[in-house]
Design a protein around this ligand. Sequence first.
Ligand SMILES: Cc1cc2nc3c(=O)[nH]c(=O)nc-3n(C[C@H](O)[C@H](O)[C@H](O)COP(=O)(O)O)c2cc1C
Length: 409
Amino acid sequence: MDVASADGASADGTLAETVPGSTADAEFAPRTLRIGDIELASPVVLAPMAGITNTAFRRLCREYGAGLYVTEMVTSRALVERSPKSMRIIHHEPYETPRSVQVYGVDPETIGQAVRMLVEEDRADHIDLNFGCPVPKVTRKGGGSALPWKLDLFTSIVRTAVREASRGDIPLTVKMRKGIDAEHLTYLDAGRIARDAGVAAITLHGRTTADLYSGTADWDAIARLKESLGDTVPVLGNGDIFAAEDAVEMMRTTGCDGVVIGRGCQGRPWLFGDLQNALAGRPERIRPSLGEVADAVCTHGEYLAEYYADEFYGVRDLRKHIAWYFKGYPVGGELRRSMAMVSSLAELRELLAGLDRAQPYPGADAEGSRGRTTRPKKPHLPEGWLDSRYMEDSRKAELALAELDVSGG
Ligand SMILES: Cc1cc2nc3c(=O)[nH]c(=O)nc-3n(C[C@H](O)[C@H](O)[C@H](O)COP(=O)(O)O)c2cc1C
């Protein structure tokens, strides 16, 4: 597939198309985003997504545009124990620079050890801490997005991680949700604490634990966080960026310093080319034909097979991406089903050859929201968790379990 070059322009011009109305981009010029010593050519971060943002997907996205490409989360305990899965998650290929690793944990000491390991063994150029996980089995024990409610524990984790990261001059950032629910917001306190602890940037997903992936992300909260922290630390906005224009709009309306994109790039790695163009004030957008999408799918499958060093495993992992890639394109149900059950690269290529490659980009049908959506749900929390903003010693054993239950390596 023809891919956009690093400056966002298509290699031979076949994918880039000028979209009417996007000239407004030219009036918008974001400041350069720096995360510690890392200066990003475009203020764009690929959101960590477990099961998605492995080396293969990051490599594909990186070919379309500049940004910071974060690993899937790895749990601090699994990392310290050097589980094979966690070592694979943090592995980077030589062309992957800067290397960005996301760590999830609940215990300051174990997180400190995990960060120390990454720094001492020179395995990352940037480390992000995940405080946004809304999964009930994690929050039920006080982990993930329930954790910032406990001010002392949150402070201790972030301070410890920043201290360990600073030994190697590695910038450490945090990613969080707004809070537990509308009555129990944590992001303003957590933002201040993280800033005072010396983090290099703060990402806010504009939803609470209770929101899960429902409704629309609250960009006003991103604006409020930016307003409360001013220029003391970069604030990155996250939630519901499904097109390059959404990123421009978020940065313009919230004043945030950069954007973090998750579901919007599922099945659309070329979004990073669009984002780079839009945020540089250029009107070109990538509008792939069906043939070009097929080529991207094939490349993704090849990269996954390489990543897992196992063709069957790689192609099986590709299956979940198939529906996202072909959203809005005229691809028959039977072909879709066959592709979602594919078990070798040869079979994949054969099925892709059955597509009408000349079909043009379908427009709105391929756009809009995609990926995970849910209904809101009352958060599962440990008994009495909301009664105090400080961590009782009696809870520590239960909290430790909040790390064992997540699949992060
Ligand atoms: C499949 C999936 C896996 C995710 N895994 C992680 C993760 O490992 N770490 C994390 O901080 N957030 C994770 N998230 C949340 C995203 O990073 C992001 O905050 C969220 O999807 C909202 O952004 P979006 O609207 O651009 O998708 C995940 C989201 C999805 C859909």
